[in-house]
Write a protein that binds this ligand. Structure first.
Ligand code: FAD
Length: 404
């Protein structure tokens, strides 16, 4: 019989397993997860979960959704070796599974800097629900938190900890927070609002070292010579794709597993989706590796269609959200090589959008507390319609009409 083996049961793997069945795949579907929990939503881990842990609310789909779709979910077991020629994958429990299609949905893991002290008790990263539980367990016994990295996860955690009454210092090496993802005006707004919320943000400052007492972290030192006391240090300096299985099987890698527009890797019979892949993005005109729920789930739905023989090229609009205190940040599209930006709305009212253009082409829109702008932006980008400056100035009604 035909059998699909999916390695990794995060947002991508879980979605693919049920989408395959919805698309009419009639072979066996095996979903291999190295985590013990039922597949769950990751985004709340840095947001609501830290404040009110309710793991039940985190599951992506109930256990019977897998049963009903006739998906065999194998939890707490790692895939450890692929034999691409024999079309088998070996699991950590000793099973060797033959496959007709193998899908790598192995995600990414937190990057850990090469610094003495990173293994001190109280120095943590956040990627999994296990990480979140271990942070939760410490919450009552800590007063001060140092967060290294002003990306989305670092900023979200800073707001969560401040909301829990902790003293929070955030260290960002770049001149502004969220520098890789949003327009400077959005970073400036987020910094101002975050400082008002009580977060001490240091930009242009690097982590120099970690100090400990009796094996527990007590402070961080910085490149500008400060020593900041901290009972908990969160390293939020980015993620690296889990590509070791693919590498050992000889698959082509380039900042992730290289896939084509059908999401197929360089090896016959092996596909890959989500945070672990890089692909040529038509509109961005470059190879990208995206880390978002949208990317993982849209690729999963797309691959399900490919695997039942309904082949089209993957071409979905990228979008992302982040909740930080009372700010809802949303981005549609990808902002590479933008040469012009137009702002609509006002940062003073804490509700505005930034439209990014490359020439006359709209390529991305960052929104702060403007969910309607975000939805319209997604439709404009999907339709390939670029508003003019006059359209944007004319306001939401005109933009809505344009988006069709
Ligand atoms: P993952 O969800 O990481 O799943 C991969 C799974 O594969 C993991 O369970 C991993 O343990 C498992 N695995 C790896 N190797 C093996 C192996 N050899 N055998 C078996 N299993 C294996 N995105 C947004 O769009 N919005 C947000 O607000 C947002 N917030 C986030 C907050 C946090 C704290 C984190 C960590 C991420 C956030 N993201 C957010 C990013 C989003 O969660 C990821 O982009 C998404 O989870 C990617 O899905 P994936 O299936 O590719 O990988």
């Amino acid at each position: 019989t035909r059998r699909s083996v999916i390695v990794g049961a995060g947002h991508g793997g879980s979605q693919l397993s049920v989408s395959l069945r919805q698309e009419g795949y009639d072979g066996e579907i095996v979903l291999v997860s190295d985590e013990p929990d039922l597949p769950y939503h990751r985004p709340p881990l840095s947001k609501s979960y830290l404040k009110s842990p309710d793991a039940g609310g985190l599951v992506l789909r109930a256990e019977n959704a897998y049963r009903d779709a006739n998906v065999e979910l194998v939890s707490g077991v790692r895939a450890i070796k692929i034999d691409a020629a024999a079309q088998t994958v070996e699991l950590s429990d000793g099973q060797v599974l033959p496959y007709s299609e193998l899908v790598l949905a192995t995600g990414a893991r937190a990057r850990i800097p090469d610094l003495p002290g990173v293994d001190l008790e109280g120095v943590v990263t956040l990627r999994t629900i296990m990480d979140a539980r271990s942070i939760r367990e410490r919450i009552d016994s800590i007063d001060s938190v140092a967060i290294v990295g002003g990306g989305f996860i670092g900023m979200e955690m800073a707001h969560s900890f401040v909301g829990l009454g902790k003293k929070v210092t955030l260290i960002e090496a770049a001149p502004r927070v969220l520098a890789r993802s949003v327009a400077p005006i959005v970073s400036a707004h987020v910094e101002r609002r975050s400082r008002e919320a009580g977060i001490d943000i240091l930009t242009d400052v690097q982590l120099a070292g970690l100090e400990g007492e009796n094996g527990r972290v007590s402070a961080v030192t910085t490149s500008d010579g400060r020593t900041i006391a901290a009972d908990l240090v969160v390293l939020g300096i980015g993620a690296i794709p889990n590509v070791e299985l693919a590498r050992d099987a000889g698959l082509l890698l380039d900042n992730g597993i290289v896939v084509n527009e059908s999401l197929q890797s360089s090896a016959a019979g092996i596909w890959a989706i989500g945070d672990c892949v890089s692909y040529d993005h038509k509109q961005a005109k470059r190879r990208v590796r995206l880390e978002s729920v949208q990317n993982a789930t849209d690729q999963a739905r797309h691959l399900a269609r490919v695997l039942v023989g309904r082949e089209t090229a993957y071409d979905e609009v990228a979008w992302f959200w982040s909740d930080q205190g009372d700010m809802k940040l949303q981005t549609a599209g990808l902002c590479f090589d933008a040469d012009r930006a137009l702002v609509s709305g006002s940062p003073e009212d804490s509700a505005f959008s930034v439209y990014h253009f490359r020439g006359d082409e709209l390529i991305a829109v960052d929104s702060v507390n403007k969910p309607a702008d975000h939805m319209v932006a997604r439709r404009l980008l999907a339709a390939g319609v670029s508003p003019t400056e006059a359209d944007i100035a004319a306001g939401p009604q005109r933009m809505k009409e344009l988006s069709g």
